[in-house]
Design a protein around this ligand. Structure first.
Ligand SMILES: [Zn+2]
Length: 156
């Protein structure tokens, strides 16, 4: 069992996320290729988890893969993501999950162009892009430390 810092009920996620985000992040869905918001985004900045806001990928590692999904050579912080074998659909793949909230992000393949040879194939719907200008102070500090520690029990 993996433990996630951000845990919410499916009902809460359903209310907070858009239907497209919910389908990808909570149901491990895959958005249709070439439809995602960030496929062709070349701005510099951070790609954060659309569900919990954790910084996951840096625009510097994004590359044009031609697959129709945002593709990265590596996570911004290795610990930010969790890799899990996924043998569904009769394929041997490795699922990429947000370690903070357990949300499904996409898959990682070993045919990438970088030194480590990895290609993180990530759904746009699982990401929230933050342009570089807005996160100038975000250097070296682990994300998530500022999360409020209030119990989240009011679900009326
Ligand atoms: Zn997350």
């Amino acid at each position: 069992m993996s433990e996630h810092k951000v845990v919410k009920s499916e009902e809460q996620w359903r209310q907070e996320l858009t239907p497209a985000q919910y389908d990808v992040l909570r149901r491990a869905g895959t958005e249709p290729p070439f439809t995602g918001e960030y496929v062709y985004n070349k701005e510099s900045g951070d790609y954060r988890c659309a569900a919990c806001g954790t910084a996951l990928f840096d625009a510097d590692t994004k590359f044009e893969s031609g697959t129709g999904w945002p593709s990265f050579t590596e996570p911004a912080v290795a610990e930010a993501v969790e890799l899990r074998p996924d043998n569904s659909l009769f394929m041997k793949r490795t699922e990429v999950i947000c370690r903070t909230c357990g949300g499904h992000l996409g898959h990682v393949f070993d045919d990438g162009p970088g030194e480590n040879g990895q290609r993180y194939c990530i759904n746009s719907a699982a990401l929230a892009f933050q342009p570089a200008a807005a996160s100038a102070q975000d250097d070296g500090e682990p994300a998530g430390a500022a999360l409020p520690a209030q119990p989240d029990s009011d679900t009326r």
